[in-house]
Design a protein around this ligand. Structure first.
Ligand code: GLA
Length: 379
């Protein structure tokens, strides 16, 4: 065998081996793609962030947030109660940490939420004597709240859920204290003030069960009315608290199309999939409904059976297929939490359950098969 032949043969072998190695590393990188990479051409992928994540205490969260998410939403720390617990007292510690985290992650930062009927202290609606406030006084109080919060995070928070959940399931206005005292004025003033304080920030209306036609139509009509009055409304957030079997993806899809046709960005703002059976009347996310633990509603306390895990993966895949199909209309998909152990769905609508609604398990392990299955939505 000539030297030249030997050299050619080893070169060939080298090229083949290098090829195999390159393919393997491409494959393993492919395996490890973060969600934000998989959907980078479609929409932001967000996560709601908890106190312990914002402060860095929950250390295992950070690498997952870094790898998979390019948007974050404050789960609780910017709600009225936590951030403005007493008339003259604001508490910005956690909200500041949240915004700092968002900057470090280079994420699209969402402030949630300026005005809501839940997690809002009683004093907000009362004077010092405990009497219900007059319309003007309440509106002023709300405007000062918005001035302080949006003003503080001007140029740092990129989008605000200005008003949350003003509608009942049939599209009528919720008889909240806000509504009883001011009618619909609080909604208009809230959007106006948020815009004044940060004209660059995106402003959204956010609600659950917007797959229901009557509720979705009410949200669209409100957003249009706000726009007609010259206010900024960028999008409508569909909360996305779904169950394994309902609502049908076709109904979700119809709402995505309707909201977009009306000229608003669509966001799925609070995505999770509840795998547990529910008391009949607790659809959506009405926090007023809560039940004591009853074992028949907590069937997977020691682990999720394979057939349910398969259904779960399929449900997320079906949802993401619809989301991906409408990527021109959808700007962001945000999961309502990072890992199963701290999801609100362990305590709602029944307290103390073991639920599995998210893409990371209680040990912060990614549900690889679900992510792989979801990524097929991009093909
Ligand atoms: C609603 C709110 C969220 C959260 C969930 C349940 O969807 O918008 O902030 O409170 O309820 O936790």
């Amino acid at each position: 065998m000539s030297l030249e032949y030997k050299m050619k043969a080893s070169l060939k072998l080298f090229v083949i081996l290098a090829g195999i190695l390159i393919c393997q590393s491409a494959l393993s990188q492919e395996d490890q793609l973060g969600l934000k990479e998989i959907f980078k051409d479609a929409f932001y992928i967000g996560s709601a962030v908890s106190y312990r994540q914002a402060s860095g205490e929950e250390q295992q969260a950070l690498p997952l947030l870094e790898k998979h998410f390019n948007s974050i939403t404050s789960e609780n720390m910017m709600k009225w109660g936590p951030i403005h617990p007493e008339p003259e007292r604001y508490n910005f510690v956690s909200a500041d940490q949240f915004v700092e985290l968002g900057k470090n992650l280079n994420a699209f930062i969402i402030g949630h939420t300026l005005v809501w009927h839940q997690q809002t202290p009683k004093w907000v609606f009362q004077n010092e004597e405990g009497e219900i406030l007059k319309r003007e006084t309440l509106l002023k109080r709300m405007e000062q709240h918005i001035e302080t919060i949006v003003g503080r995070y001007k140029g740092q928070v990129h989008g605000w859920d200005v008003v949350n959940e003003v509608f009942e399931h049939d599209g009528s206005y919720r008889e909240s204290e806000w509504y009883q005292i001011t009618g619909r004025d609080y909604i208009f003033k809230a959007f106006q003030k948020a815009y004044e304080m940060d004209p660059e920030a995106e402003l959204y209306y956010n609600d659950y069960n917007l797959w229901k036609p009557e509720k979705r139509e009410a949200a669209i009509a409100l957003a249009q009315e706000l726009r007609d009055k010259g206010m900024r409304v960028d999008g409508i957030g569909m909360q996305g608290h779904y169950m394994l079997d309902s609502p049908p993806v076709e109904m979700i899809e119809a709402s995505i199309i309707a909201i977009s046709n009306a000229g608003f960005k669509v966001m799925v703002t609070e995505l999770d999939v509840d795998v547990l059976p529910r008391p009949r009347e607790s659809e959506g996310a009405d926090l007023n409904r809560n039940y004591d633990l009853d074992e028949k509603y907590n069937p997977y306390a020691t682990g999720l059976p394979e057939n349910i895990a398969d259904k779960f993966a399929k449900r997320y895949t079906d949802l993401f297929s619809v989301f991906h199909k409408h990527q021109d209309k959808i700007s962001r998909i945000t999961f309502w939490g990072l890992q199963d152990g701290t999801s609100w769905l362990n305590n709602w609508p029944v307290r103390g359950r073991t639920n599995y609604p998210l893409l990371f398990d209680r040990d912060f392990q990614v549900k690889e098969e679900v992510i792989q299955s979801i990524s097929t939505a991009t093909f």
